[in-house]
Design a protein around this ligand. Structure first.
Ligand SMILES: NC(=O)c1ccc[n+]([C@@H]2O[C@H](COP(=O)([O-])OP(=O)(O)OC[C@H]3O[C@@H](n4cnc5c(N)ncnc54)[C@H](OP(=O)(O)O)[C@@H]3O)[C@@H](O)[C@H]2O)c1
Length: 254
């Protein structure tokens, strides 16, 4: 991967980096030598991750971004490219969960989940593809999918459908953009203990029923997802594209 002309450093944008997996990925990329732009719908939430990126030696750029808005995506991408000079890596991490019976899902909930997890990731990728192809540089897109994208799970239909489509989007964009040196991959974590999932951990029976399905009998960590993202963004992964890496303690190995 080429380096940013003015600083000699590689550059990345991580969406939804105010907390959880996105925050861990942003900090890990900074430790790997990236300057990192981080987004939130509420930029005031980014103070913590900005400080960690800078402590790791990276330049940190905050950006306000709601991936459900096409105009906001275009503005945010332009602002990030202007600030960093160029973008090498996009991490589509922004996402929302929904645990609800298929019989009860409303049109508004469907629109929020699909609009954030799938449509947002697609149009972010489109902007990244236009940027890389327009500048004639190689680059890399990594999307955070989920094991729910391949496993049948009750109460998770809308979320699982969004992640299944994200996994297929990964293949489609990888094929279309390989000729431009753009690699497109996904990471599909199983359960990771992050703030948005904390509510699911209050019921010991629910926790045990989930753990019993995981061969390694534990949940994943944000740092483990971040390490996988750093690998996929690295030159060592130069021959990997169109793939989804399952980071799930063996959950999908059955
Ligand atoms: N945790 C798990 O067990 C797990 C497992 C598999 C996959 N994943 C996936 O991993 C990703 C991160 O999960 P997480 O658990 O770290 O979630 P999280 O703690 O809830 O963080 C989600 C991030 O997404 C951002 N976001 C939400 N809606 C957005 C929108 N419309 N536009 C832009 N950003 C938006 C949030 O930003 P603000 O609130 O700051 O705006 C937040 O920073 C998600 O895609 C999730 O589906 C998680």
């Amino acid at each position: 991967m080429q380096e940013h002309k003015s600083t000699g450093r590689r550059t990345a944008l991580v969406t939804g980096a105010s907390q959880g997996i996105g925050e861990a990925i942003a900090v890990a990329l900074a430790r790997d030598g990236f300057d990192v732009a981080v987004s939130s719908t509420r930029p005031e939430k980014l103070a913590g991750v900005l400080a960690q990126i800078e402590a790791a030696g990276g330049r940190a750029v905050p950006v306000a971004l709601d991936v459900r808005s096409q105009s906001n995506i275009e503005q945010a991408m332009a602002a990030v490219i202007d600030a960093l000079g160029h973008l090498d890596v996009l991490v589509n991490n922004a996402g929302v969960p929904l645990r609800k019976s298929a019989l009860e899902v409303t049109a508004a909930e469907w629109d929020t989940v699909i609009g954030t997890n799938l449509t947002g990731a697609f149009f972010m990728s489109q902007q990244m593809g236009r940027h890389l192809i327009g500048s004639g540089r190689p680059g890399c897109i990594i999307s955070i999918a989920s094991t729910h994208g391949v496993l049948g799970v009750a109460q998770r239909s809308t979320y699982g459908i969004s992640k299944a489509a994200m996994i297929h989007m990964t293949r489609m964009l990888a094929i279309e953009w390989a000729q431009h040196g753009i690699r497109v991959n996904a990471i599909a974590p199983g359960r990771v203990d992050t703030p948005s999932r904390a509510g699911s951990y209050s019921d010991p029976k629910y926790i045990e029923s989930m753990l019993n399905r995981v061969p390694l009998h534990r949940f994943g960590t944000s740092d483990e997802v971040a390490a996988a993202a750093c690998y996929l963004a690295s030159p060592e992964a130069a021959y990997i594209t169109g793939q989804t890496l399952f980071l799930d303690g063996g959950l999908t190995a059955y």
